[in-house]
Design a binder for this molecule. Structure first.
Ligand SMILES: [Mn+2]
Length: 358
């Protein structure tokens, strides 16, 4: 049976993030359709689909009705962020027929082929060990458990151990809570994995995100990563060594990037540049990219190390560095640093054409 496992989408209707959030919801729903088109017969959402327990009805209705349109069964639980407390979105929702919210009052979803179990948060914290004494009813069947918590001996978020997972008798435990996906592991006869997040939301969630597409049979689990991101957050270093003007830096940056304009980039600019670098004008010339942040780390390494101390260039660099080091205020320091750049440029016979005005 082909199963898609995702978790921790953290959709929110918070106004300050609304544009990106609407886009994230659209994207998620489109990728879920893709997963079904790719053969997923069951979708598992292991908690924290929403950022808070009380998201707007506009958002929750939209998400639930789109899950309804997938037609295959969708099983979900509440995590600590979107806990099913009184008055919460999950308590108020009317779910489409194929969408199964699993909690204490509705603990399983069953078909001939599979039983899905789920445990939901009902408060933002739950330090109890919810899996001690928990076990599946029919060990002969294919059994899946949806669980949101910390793989830890103690935690405020449903702590568990691999042994506790194995003792449930579940064939696969679809985990949520940790935003970094983990390769499926096996303990006893139980396979378990965190799905991570389907789509990054900032530079603390870098790279390719998605979920696990699993092929589950009794006693056998194969899997592959199913990419789902709408935008990637990418952190990259760009070497601008020896460049003499902004346009050359912009060209170098473009040549270094993947060419995808829909991603968000945090660029660390490094190397010795031979003109006063302006991050503002570089960013301006990259405005076709969705988001670019540049961190100017140019001219920061030990500047004399590449020069022969006994050459004119080496002596000049050494002298300039001493001046910079002994400067008592920022303005003087900057002036010496610029003098060093201009001096080196002259000595290295690299003309200062296209020097940035800013
Ligand atoms: Mn969580």
């Amino acid at each position: 049976m082909k199963v898609l496992h995702i978790a921790d989408v953290h959709l929110t209707s918070r106004l300050d993030r609304s544009a990106r959030e609407a886009e994230r919801a659209d994207h998620l729903l489109a990728r879920l359709s893709d997963a079904v088109a790719a053969g997923a017969e069951l979708v598992l959402i292991a908690g924290d689909l929403f950022e808070t327990p009380f998201e707007s009805e506009t958002l929750t209705n939209r998400v639930f009705s789109a899950l309804g349109a997938l037609l295959v069964p969708v099983c979900l639980i509440a995590g600590n962020h979107d806990c099913a407390c009184a008055g919460s979105s999950y308590r108020k929702a009317s779910f489409p027929e194929n969408v199964h919210f699993l909690d204490e009052s509705n603990p399983t979803f069953e078909t001939d082929a599979v039983t899905v179990y789920g445990i939901s948060f009902t408060a933002p914290f739950e330090p109890r060990r919810m899996l001690s004494d928990y076990s599946v009813k029919d060990p002969q069947k294919l059994n899946i458990l949806l669980f949101h918590g910390d793989l830890a001996s103690e935690s405020e978020y449903m702590p568990f151990t691999p042994k506790e997972l194995a003792d449930t008798g579940a064939d696969y435990v679809a985990l949520g809570h940790i935003h970094k996906r983990t390769e499926p592991k096996t303990e006893g006869k139980t396979t378990y994995a965190y799905a991570g997040i389907p789509d990054g939301r900032g530079f603390d969630e870098l790279g390719e995100q998605g979920g696990w597409m699993l092929n589950l049979e009794k006693g056998k689990c194969t899997y592959e990563f199913f990419p789902m991101w709408g935008r990637q957050y990418i952190e990259q270093t760009v070497d601008l060594e020896g460049l003499t003007h902004t346009a050359a830096c912009v060209d170098k940056i473009r040549a270094t990037l993947s060419g995808r304009t829909e991603d968000a980039y945090k660029l660390r600019l490094r190397g010795r540049v031979l003109f006063p670098l302006s991050v503002t004008s570089i960013v301006k010339q990259l405005s076709d990219l969705y988001c670019v942040r540049c961190i100017d780390e140019c001219n920061q390494e030990d500047p004399t190390q590449d020069f022969d101390d006994y050459s004119l260039v080496g002596l000049f660099a050494k002298m300039a560095d001493e001046k910079i080091a002994s400067a008592t205020d920022e303005t003087t320091k900057k002036t010496y640093a610029m003098a060093r750049q201009f001096g080196l440029s002259a000595l290295l016979e690299q003309p200062m054409k296209g020097v940035d005005e800013e």
